[in-house]
Write a protein of this length. Structure first.
Length: 155
C-alpha cells in the first residue's frame, strides 16, 4: 500500500522516512525476452536458458536495465502524491546492481524519501531511493535514487 501525501509540499516534512514497498513481481522468461527484443540485447545469459544452465548464474538472469525499468512500475505502489497537476521523472543518481535476478525470482521495490525541496519552477523535487529486493536474497538487485518533480495543481 502506497504512502499517501495530500500535497507535494507535504513531502518536505517527510525526508528520511521509509515509504513502504510495492507488491512482489515474478520475473519470468517471457518478460526477459520482451525486454531483449525491445533493447536489442540478446546476450545468452538473458535469453538462452539451455546455455545459461552451465553459465555463471545457473539460469538466465534479468537484464540490469530491465530491473531498473521496473522502478517505474513500483514507484506508484510505493508513493502517491495528491494535489498535483502532474508528476515527471526528472532523473536518477547512484545506480547500482549488487545482485543478479535469476529467472523465476520475485522482486519488489522498497522506498525511502531521501531529499525534497522546492525547485526553481515551483515544483517539489523529491529524491526517493528505491531498493529492488529479491525475495530470499540478502543482497538487492538494484539500488537507485530516483528524482521526481511534482507540480502542484492550480486551483
Amino acid at each position: 500500500m502506497a504512502t499517501v501525501f495530500d500535497t507535494p509540499v507535504a513531502l518536505l516534512d517527510a525526508v528520511g522516512k521509509p515509504l513502504g514497498s510495492s507488491d512482489w513481481l515474478e520475473i519470468d522468461q517471457a518478460r526477459i525476452d520482451l525486454f531483449a527484443d525491445a533493447t536489442g540485447d540478446h546476450q545468452w545469459i538473458h535469453v538462452d536458458p539451455e546455455r545459461a544452465k552451465d553459465g555463471p548464474f545457473g539460469s538466465t538472469i534479468a537484464h540490469g536495465y530491465l530491473t531498473l525499468s521496473l522502478v517505474n512500475l513500483f514507484l506508484p505502489q510505493i508513493v502517491e502524491v495528491h494535489g498535483i497537476a502532474m508528476g515527471v521523472n526528472y532523473g536518477s543518481d547512484k545506480l547500482r546492481f549488487p545482485a543478479p535476478v535469476p529467472v523465476g525470482s520475485r522482486v519488489r521495490g522498497v522506498g525511502e524519501l531521501r531529499q525534497a525541496a522546492t525547485a526553481k519552477d515551483g515544483s517539489i523535487q523529491a529524491t526517493i531511493r528505491v531498493t529492488v529486493e529479491i525475495e530470499g536474497s540478502e543482497r538487492p538487485a538494484c539500488v537507485v535514487d530516483t528524482i521526481s518533480r511534482y507540480y502542484p495543481a492550480v486551483s
